[in-house]
Design a protein around this ligand. Sequence first.
Ligand code: HEC
Ligand code: HEC
Length: 284
Amino acid sequence: MRRGPALAGLFFLLGCTLAFAQGDAKRGEYLSKAGGCVGCHTDTRKDAEPYAGGRALKTPFGSFYGPNITPHPQAGIGRWTYNDFVRAMREGRRPDGENYFPAFPYPSFTRISDADLRDLWAYLRSLKPSARSSRPHELGILYRWRVSLYPWKWLFFDSGPFRPEPGKSAAVNRGAYLVQALGHCGECHTPRNLLGAPKKDRYLAGAKLGESTNAANLTPTKLKKYGDGELKDILTSGLYPDGDVMGETMGEVVRNTTSQLAPQDLDALIAYLRSLRPLPDEPK
Ligand code: HEC
Ligand code: HEC
């Protein structure tokens, strides 16, 4: 009997199963870029440790600080199980059952596929543990209570992975996934109602983010003025065709995310934006 090949086959299968169960950290690294995780979870100081937290996120409700998500057992999420991670990303809940604030874009991340969550988790586990403590958020008195997030979630949050739309091409569906789930583009580019929830029928129609910061309308109404090549250049260089430098908010998204996408993913993202129903700009 030839035991060699049979055994090799068995180990190969075992290896595949383990890799599948454990996730692929290398793929996870790419998905982390597509999700812009490093930006919100890394301090802006030059010598800051990646993913060790400390980045301030200013909102009308106060300042949130991206927490340490390295595998440090006390300072980070080293004691978490994979299920804790899935609950955070898919349901916006902490291991103790409390709600996360949607400054953590889980209303988008809930759309991430099971396979991609597994790979992201494998990547986070592979990071160097950092002992830097997460900084508490500084929120207005009315917004401090995580309990107040229950009605918000009940009204506005629907959880569950992305479902491809039948009848749309594979590229458009891939682009939709990158934009809606990982890229969370709608968190800035979709206008919000008074309770801070995105207006669904105005998806990606553009939104005012601050005094002088406007996230552009990403539907064809605005983007049709660019060719595909121009749009690709904008999203990889952070420069507009006339040479103007993009504002810093989107500049960071370009640096951390869109310029890091594989060429076929960037093409897919653009194909999806082209497929959107043209919507008028949000009234000023
Ligand atoms: C726009 C900013 C932003 C982005 C992008 C972002 N996060 Fe976060 N994340 C936060 C904030 C803020 C919190 C804390 C929320 C809270 O305390 O309610 C958080 C919390 C978390 C937590 C829970 C940590 C804990 O200690 O409870 C995990 C895990 C996490 N993020 C993973 C990720 C991953 C993975 C990605 C990329 C796919 C990502 N985040 C992208 C802002 C962000
Ligand atoms: C943190 C907020 C934020 C996120 C997330 C974000 N954007 Fe933006 N985006 C902006 C802002 C602000 C501008 C306006 C930039 C300027 O003023 O130069 C912008 C501009 C753009 C433009 C230029 C449009 C034009 O003609 O002016 C494109 C294209 C774009 N974003 C695509 C995306 C895509 C695709 C994603 C998701 C991968 C994304 N953005 C995620 C804030 C954001």
